[in-house]
Ligand binder design. Structure first.
Ligand SMILES: *Cc1c(COP(=O)(O)O)cnc(C)c1O
Length: 399
């Protein structure tokens, strides 16, 4: 057996990161201290947004973004079936109904055209309130189209940017927009789970430009409590606070933000490294029969949270074989994602079944995720590519 196990994604924590966390541990404020605001300011600046609200997870960020968007009973939230369950569950947390719009088979992202069709014919008892486009694998969604369609149907746009910190795309004026700047959305959500671009252990954030939504998010993060006297109904004294909405304890800690701040300083070079790794895979797989490297849309710079090739249409059995054989070679390939509507909970509660979103389903049968993380060496990428090519050749040879 050659080499050690290579996971599909992996955090990178150095001695200085550990020092930064240790410093907070030695200070007086380990939960709500100065690091949170510093991390938030750095995040907002990096992404080009006015505000960032850091919270305990990406899932918490999605939940709060939906609440701030006014999602609740009687409303629908539209998202992609090709995502982690959290992108749809956030609607359920608010008592709303999650709805899916199929993907574009080229980009693997929610299709803006299908979204337009869906909204044009929707006539149920529930009203679409928000759309959550997911920048799958770090490939930016077609935000201009999504934004203008959403606007014309009075929908709030919440980008699930958990895969896309550091990704960019060019708008129709030729201006480069960074994912997270919310130039074409109301809010964007990040995750700092160890497998994502930067980590705080668990953690997440909402990015946005609107001050009133920002204040709502700050309150919702901590029980719906405000201590801002200008917004209180009365003031009994210096101890006084008001709970004005039903919020949660979704706070992040100073310990986590010390780590996040350090990690954020490296994200630029890490995203470049991810793009180099993707280019190495692309080069190895170009022109290979039976294998399709991920499509890169013109005018986008994906951040490659994942590198996802597909096998050709008639090679679905082979995809399963690749999965097994890569694992026997110590390569932690994964499948992203099982379409959310396939999940038993969604089938049982919403009556979904196979065939409902054929593009996402077909994609699911053909995709596999290869390892990408910034500390990977070129030789490791090459070894993985060689094994994949060998499997393709063997499979081609015997049928
Ligand atoms: C990771 C992820 C989430 C959830 O983030 P957590 O921090 O794990 O709660 C949501 N959506 C997508 C697309 C993700 O990849």
């Amino acid at each position: 057996m050659s080499g050690q196990y290579i996971p599909y994604g992996c955090q990178w924590i150095d001695e200085e990161d550990i020092q930064a966390v240790a410093e907070v541990l030695r200070s007086d404020l380990i939960t709500q201290g100065p690091m949170i605001q510093r991390f938030e300011e750095a995040l907002a600046e990096f992404c080009g947004a006015t505000y960032a609200v850091a919270v305990s997870s990406g899932t918490a960020a999605l939940h709060l973004a939906c609440l701030a968007a006014g999602v609740g009973p009687g409303y629908e939230v539209v998202t992609s079936p090709n995502t982690f369950v959290a992108s749809a569950n956030c609607a359920l947390y608010c008592g709303a109904v999650p709805r899916f719009v199929d993907i574009d088979p080229l980009t693997y992202n929610l299709s803006p055209g299908r979204m337009e069709e869906f909204l044009a014919k929707t006539s149920g008892p529930d009203i679409p309130r928000a759309v959550i486009p997911v920048h799958f694998a770090g490939q930016p969604c077609q935000m201009e189209q999504i934004w203008s369609t959403a606007r014309s149907h009075s929908l709030i746009v919440i980008e699930d940017a958990c895969h896309a910190l550091g990704a960019r795309w060019q708008d129709s004026n030729g201006t480069w927009q960074r994912v997270g700047s919310c130039s074409h959305s109301d809010m964007a959500v990040l995750s700092f789970h160890p497998v994502k671009h930067i980590t705080t252990g668990e953690g997440g954030a909402v990015l946005l430009n609107n001050e009133s939504l920002y204040r709502d998010l700050l309150d919702l993060r901590t029980h719906g409590i405000t201590k801002d006297t200008s917004r209180m109904e009365r003031n009994d004294g210096p101890w006084y606070y008001e709970m004005q909405s039903l919020g949660y304890n979704y706070r992040i800690t100073d310990l986590q933000c010390a780590l996040g701040l350090r990690q954020l300083g490296k994200v630029g070079s890490w995203v470049s490294r991810r793009r180099e790794i993707a280019a190495l895979y692309d080069e190895a797989f170009s022109g290979i029969q039976g294998l399709l490297p991920p499509f890169q849309m013109h005018g986008t710079e994906a951040s490659f949270h994942l590198y996802v090739p597909q096998v050709a249409k008639d090679l679905i059995v082979f995809r399963n074989e690749i999965f097994d054989k890569l694992h026997t070679h110590g390569i932690g390939t994964q499948i992203h994602y099982i379409p959310v509507h396939f999940q038993p909970y969604y089938r049982q509660h919403f009556g979904y079944s196979e065939g409902d979103f054929p593009m996402a389903e077909e994609y699911y049968r053909r995709c596999f995720t290869l390892p990408v993380f910034p500390s990977m060496k070129d030789e490791e990428v090459q070894r993985i590519a060689d094994i994949v090519l060998q499997l393709v050749a063997e499979y081609g040879a015997c049928g």
